[in-house]
Design a protein around this ligand. Structure first.
Ligand code: GLC
Ligand code: CA
Length: 512
């Protein structure tokens, strides 16, 4: 049961994910900032993206790059003030774009004042804000925990890293005396506070949220039932107060997330979507070798389509701050075909900053702010060929994360000036999507042919388009396609007498 209405702007939304610390630094402290994003909005708009997902930008000790919030109501000073963030919202809206903040509902930083209070032995307002056992000798089952760190006698469950204690939304089926139910006072207060946080930023002008670990809230949940119920409660609140707010979940199970009232769900690099088989394994489907397989991915995708009543509202990101850069396994020509896929699938596409120019995964970096192996995908944006790739005027050793040091590192300025660059291709593909409703978020998808080439049709009330993707180096023939060839990528694609001959590493879009 999904009673959510879709905000109309999601129909043709194309997102750009910004990792604020690495995007653009305007005050030479080596770290990106809100003003830097404002300064680069025209670059994003020129690419064709009309929406932004901004990674967490709230006060934090940055033990997990900001996913460890210490104050949900205050922007991290290193990026600017709340007023600067409001200026960013306004600048975004002035360009008819929208912006999602990153909401982290599952856990806080250990430094959050709620947690500091919660650790106290005396009962107070925050005693039940987190998931605590009632004795330090008992650990919460199935979760890591913090123990022996407070006067309070108990172990506190963690949600991710050890510095991220789990907020208390209750247990689906409480079994131990310390396990609270979703209807107990503590969990109810946590939920009320979460709504306050959302209300605060939505009133200031953000357009919705990407929700971190959205499926993790109710503990020992049964098939997501408790957590779905919790999000439905939030859905009612949003329908009443902010019907245009968009909600995109990091959940990886679209049937559950859409039932919870989310508009779209991410396919994740972990879990069972087989998303990595396309871009990030030893033999990715989008490699020219033609030895990969999209079969399991498609099977899973179809299963999800069915479970969500044909609503393919699954976002397939080009990458994100948690996974390897697309370019680690694919070359430029291969990435062009991968983007032809990403930008012609249902659900809103998400482009991770720098993927549009094929930024590389920077190898062998020491972990920065809890990045570990993810650090290499979080290096500063390469804007041009000037000092620090145009990212910052700070001395190189002060940069948040070292830059890709390769002499031939890609940069945005060079690719803007080159029609054959990856960025130019991505720009044309976005424009193709925006001009053709059948390629947008809500149009249906039907898979026609798997293997090489991959063929699918996209269809809305007014239009049908067949997408033919041939990542393999070998030319291929597809029978039974007719219509008008709208656009091609890569090599030669011809359409004659119902037959499409498609060159190696090429893509064709046919309007039927
Ligand atoms: C999500 C974020 C990731 C973070 C984790 C804990 O998976 O994308 O970066 O470390 O949640 O909040
Ligand atoms: Ca800065």
């Amino acid at each position: 049961m999904n009673h959510s209405k879709q905000p109309a702007w999601l129909d043709n939304a194309v997102f750009y994910e910004i990792y604020p610390q690495s995007f653009y630094d305007t005050n030479a402290d080596g770290i990106g900032d809100f003003q830097g994003i404002i300064d680069k909005l025209d670059y994003i708009a020129d690419l064709g993206c009309n929406a932004i997902w901004l990674n967490p930008c709230f006060a934090s000790p940055f033990g997990d790059a900001g996913y460890d919030v210490s104050d949900y109501y205050t922007a991290a000073p290193r990026y600017g003030t709340n007023a600067d963030l409001k200026r960013l919202f306004d600048a975004v809206h002035k360009r008819d774009m929208h912006l999602l903040l990153d909401l982290v509902p599952g856990h806080t930083s250990v430094e959050h004042k709620w947690f500091q209070e919660s650790m106290k032995a005396e009962k107070n307002e925050y005693t039940d804000r987190y998931v605590w056992t009632d004795s330090v000798w008992e650990e919460p089952q199935g979760m890591g925990c913090l123990r022996g760190i407070s006067a309070r006698d108990g172990s506190c469950a963690i949600n991710f890293f050890s510095n991220q204690p789990a907020l208390n939304y209750g247990f689906y089926n409480p079994r131990r005396p310390w396990q609270q139910s979703m209807d107990d006072e503590g969990p109810k207060a946590t939920l009320a506070e979460l709504k306050n946080i959302m209300r605060f930023w939505l009133q200031m002008g953000c357009d919705g949220f990407r929700v971190d670990m959205a499926g993790s809230l109710v503990k020992h949940d049964e098939d997501g039932k408790g957590t779905i119920k919790l999000w439905q409660n939030i859905r009612d609140f949003l329908d009443k107060e902010f019907p245009d707010a968009a909600m995109v979940s990091e959940w990886g199970e679209p049937d559950k997330s859409l039932a919870g009232g989310f508009h779209m769900d991410f396919l994740l690099h972990f879990g069972s979507s087989h998303y990595n088989a396309l871009f990030r394994c030893n033999k990715p489907y989008f490699s020219k070798t033609g030895e990969g397989s999209a079969r399991e991915f498609i099977a899973k995708y179809k299963e999800n389509l069915q479970k969500t009543n044909g609503r393919g509202l699954m976002c397939i990101p080009s990458g994100n701050h948690d996974m390897d850069r697309l370019s680690r396994k694919l070359d430029t020509d291969e990435m062009k075909i991968a983007f032809a896929f990403l930008l012609s699938m249902p659900g809103a596409p998400f482009i991770y900053y720098g993927d549009e120019i094929g930024m590389r995964y920077v190898e062998n970096l020491t972990s920065v702010e809890g990045g570990y192996n993810r650090t290499g995908s979080r290096s500063p944006m390469q804007w041009d060929k000037s000092v620090n790739a145009g990212f910052s005027d700070a001395p190189a050793e002060k940069l948040y994360i070292p830059l890709d040091s390769a002499a031939d590192r890609p940069d945005a300025a060079s690719q803007l000036a080159d029609e054959s660059s990856l960025r130019s291709e991505v720009r044309r593909l976005i424009s193709l999507r925006l001009q053709n409703k059948a390629l947008q978020s809500h149009a249906e998808i039907a898979f026609v042919q798997e293997g090489y080439p991959l063929v699918y049709t996209r269809k809305c009330d007014t239009q049908q388009i067949t997408v033919i993707l041939n990542p393999a180096a070998k030319e291929a023939v597809v029978e039974n396609v007719s219509g008008k060839l709208l656009y091609t990528v890569g090599g030669e694609v011809t359409l004659k007498n119902g037959k499409c001959v498609i060159g190696g590493c090429s893509a064709g879009f046919v309007e039927n």
